[in-house]
Design a protein around this ligand. Sequence first.
Ligand code: ATP
Length: 324
Amino acid sequence: MSVQRQLLEILMDGNFHSGEKLASSLGVTRAAIWKNIKILESKYELDIHALTGKGYRLSQSIELLDSEAIIDKLTIKNVIPEVETFLSIDSTNRYLMKKVLSADLQCHAVFAEQQTSGRGRHGRSWVSPFGGNLYFSVLYPFQRTPRDVTGLSLAVGVAIVEQLEQQGIESAKLKWPNDILVNGRKLCGILLELHGESHGPFAIVVGVGINISMPENAAREIDQPWVAYQSLTQTPISRNQLAASFLSNVLLALQEFERDGLAPFRERWLQRDCYMNSKVKLQLGDREITGIARGIDQQGALLLESQGQVQRYYSGEIHLRPAK
Ligand code: ATP
């Protein structure tokens, strides 16, 4: 375990810890503690108070994600042999897309406290500051062909919204194809990536970003309305518990989708469609189409009624927004 992780595990309670005690617990010099405190401040933008005679403390306590705690709290056992946690990573999806190339492909999840290049669709970025939110990806060897994957990101959306409902957050709704909104503000984004041949071995990587507690300075980088879980509940939050609950539900959805496709999810999706029967506009490259959203079809294509006709739109560089 890195010195920075060990330091954080001590400091995460938000209490003062003297440099001397930190140095002896970690078996390093006080100068090394000071150097690593500076790294924690600059790399992770953590606010650490230093007071002569008292030592160092984090301005706010945090609960670091921990692989064993997450595995222990999973409601679905024996499906995922490996759950990794990182303090920082470029992108959890990118990390697992590289793993896909390994010969021994097995189900694998990875969480990070921070993503330095968190990804959205089509090269857009997902703002991923340290220690407050959830960013995770799941690598899942898929026993069907890539064609059968159509609609999978909708099924994952259903799994996450249903989990939010179980946590008492009833106002979370789905926006086609891959977002979860609360009163028009984005709470969660889903990014599905595929790897494999059309007939050969094939794997998917499902990436999920959920805002739990968003630091103000990072929030300024988000260029559309957003919301964080913490503002929607009075219940105290355990990030490891939340991580395990969302991961369990996503794994269940992957299994169910692999077996039965989109069918068991379609009705559940429609019940939670944030734009059902509302006026929306669809941006397709330079074109903009205004119409009434009519849900999704059996394949997960968006149904849009315009000039008396319902047309299907498949995922791609398409953006759905409310129309004035
Ligand atoms: P689409 O409607 O096509 O899904 P989108 O603009 O929502 O379009 P996504 O790829 O789903 O695009 O998500 C990336 C976008 O989400 C970013 O461009 C930014 O506007 C927004 N975003 C980035 N980070 C966050 C975050 N932590 N919370 C909420 N929204 C974010």
